[in-house]
Design a protein around this ligand. Structure first.
Ligand code: FAD
Ligand code: NAI
Length: 465
């Protein structure tokens, strides 16, 4: 240890990096975490998961009250939007949670090195003019917004914005155009639609939410259309300019054809995220990146250079906070000589719209390619609690192996889909069958009973449809 400043130096304090640093310290390793942002918590806590959920929650309550839906429940009265207070509660949530990580660092004796880290050799990094040598270095630098060529994002001007700008809009846009019908586009598009904007989603592919189960993608599209979001599928944006305080977008069919223009008060560019691997001087450490700018790793999160590890959004795999966190724990355990494992086949993903869209494991299309399967479905409309709560949109779908009945994938559109999917992930992690889920007693009346019934439908015997 004498030659090293730290046993473990983590670069980046997002959910991957801060969790890795805390676990490494818990395991008795002398640990530092470098973070260039003014607060800890990375994309997730500062400009991602947490602030977007704060706006989704508040806008959902506003829309329920303002649209008169609550009148059906006997709750009457007018409501008005106080957008500044809505933003303030979002900022409060971020402040509380990022401050919480600072507290956890102190509690666990993780040293926060403030500044930007760049390698000077395979075991040394420079941070704010100082050099630090570490036995193990974990790259957890996360990701940032993918730019769209020809379109300039200016979050301060609040006309063409990325997700960070879309969280901060000072007024509700008359017309918001979202470029990209992925997770960010649908979540933040939903926020501003609920607060009163007309929202048009322009998606390059012929359906929204790429990567999800085909039937779920179609059904989600139907639900969002019913909510009043407009979609231009199979359409690409070829340019955007700002004129007299508005954006004018040029779009054309993805397959080629006549161009048209769309005027918008705000344009949200949400076409994906790219790994943060520039500016790290990886070459000085003897590391390269793949064609997508990601650091390649092996099963244990080791890079090709001994002593350098990588996790989270900057390595291959889904860009999700819980995946980064689990990798953070596993990498620290591997560094400490324990066995840290993440089962990358069972990483749930959730879109936090209303209803929520959640999935884990294989899509029906992927499962069919691998062999014979059975599929059971159950509509939320037939679930007593969802129906009572006027949350009948959506369905649960269980896909299992036709021979062994082992569950291969579960897909859910339901108001509580994000919570319900945990049960499916756990059943799959334990190697569970659809019969195991079907014969597990579920509390009544809960939305989760729909998962039990979908599992019963795999055997052809649901009760309530
Ligand atoms: P990050 O959280 O990106 O953290 C990396 C950190 O490293 C950053 O703070 C950065 O400043 C720092 N850094 C980078 N380079 C250096 C350097 N050289 N020196 C020092 N510091 C450096 N995921 C979910 O699972 N659920 C959600 O609901 C969800 N919602 C999202 C909503 C939005 C709007 C966005 C943008 C993302 C959302 N995500 C969500 C994705 C989630 O935020 C990421 O998957 C997650 O933050 C990745 O964690 P990470 O630790 O790999 O990287
Ligand atoms: P995304 O990859 O989810 O969706 C991008 C969409 O843009 C795709 O549908 C793609 O086909 C489309 N697209 C790409 N280029 C286009 C173009 N030129 N014109 C029109 N459409 C185009 O990316 P998004 O929404 O930016 O989110 C980035 C990542 O952040 C997600 O992949 C996810 O990992 C993470 N995230 C997760 C959340 C969650 O878990 N709830 C919430 C928000 C973000």
């Amino acid at each position: 240890m004498a030659d090293y400043d730290f046993d473990v130096l983590v670069i980046g304090a997002g959910p991957g990096g801060y969790v890795a640093a805390i676990r490494a310290a818990q395991l008795g390793l002398k640990t530092a975490c470098v973070e260039s942002r003014a607060t800890l918590g990375g994309t997730c806590l500062n400009v991602g998961c947490i602030p977007s959920k704060a706006m989704l929650h508040a806008s959902e309550l506003f829309e329920e009250a303002a649209s008169g839906k609550l009148a059906k429940l006997g709750i009457k009265g007018t409501v008005e939007l106080d957008l500044e207070t809505m933003h303030a509660q979002r900022r409060d949530a971020v402040k509380g949670l990022t401050g919480g990580i600072e507290y956890l660092f102190k509690k666990n004796k993780v040293e926060w090195l403030k500044g930007h880290a760049a390698f000077t050799s395979a075991d040394t990094v420079d941070v704010a003019g100082k050099s630090y040598r570490a036995k193990n270095i974990v790259i957890a630098t996360g990701s940032s917004v993918t730019p769209l060529p020809g379109i300039t994002v200016d979050n301060d001007a609040q006309i063409i914005v990325d997700s960070t700008g879309a969280l901060e809009l000072a007024k509700v846009p008359g017309h918001m155009v979202v470029i990209g019908g992925g997770v960010i586009g649908l979540e933040l598009g939903s926020v501003w639609k609920r607060l009163g904007a007309k929202v048009t989603v322009v998606e390059y592919l012929d359906q929204i939410l790429p990567g999800m189960d085909g039937e779920i993608r179609k059904e989600a599209n139907k639900v969002f259309k019913k909510q009043g979001i407009q979609f231009k599928l199979s359409t690409k944006v070829t340019g955007a300019e700002v004129k007299d305080g508005k954006a004018v977008l040029t779009v054309e069919p993805s397959a080629g054809g006549d161009a048209e223009t769309i005027e918008a008060d705000v344009v949200l560019v949400s076409i994906g995220r790219k790994p943060n691997t520039d500016g790290l001087a990886l070459d000085k450490a003897g590391l390269t990146v793949n064609g997508r700018g990601q650091v390649e790793i092996d099963h244990d999160f080791q890079t090709t250079v001994p002593g350098i590890w990588a996790i989270g959004d900057c390595v291959p795999g889904p860009m999700l906070a819980h995946k980064a966190e689990d990798e953070g724990i596993a990498v620290a355990e591997n560094i400490a000589g324990l066995t840290g494992i993440v089962n990358h086949d069972i990483i749930p993903s959730v879109v936090y719209t209303m209803p929520e869209i959640a999935g884990v494991g294989l899509t029906e299309e992927q499962a069919r390619e691998r062999g014979e399967i059975k599929v059971g479905k159950f509509p939320m409309m037939a679930n007593s609690r969802a129906k009572t709560n006027h949350e009948g949109d959506g369905l649960v779908k269980v896909i299992s192996d036709a021979k062994t009945d082992r569950v291969l994938g579960v897909w859910i559109i339901a108001s509580l889909g994000g919570t319900m999917i945990a049960q499916a992930a756990q059943a799959m992690e334990f190697g569970g069958t659809s019969e195991d889920i079907a014969y597990t007693c579920h509390a009544h009346p809960t939305h989760s009973e729909a998962l039990k019934e979908a599992a019963m439908a795999v055997q052809g015997k649901p009760i309530h449809i």
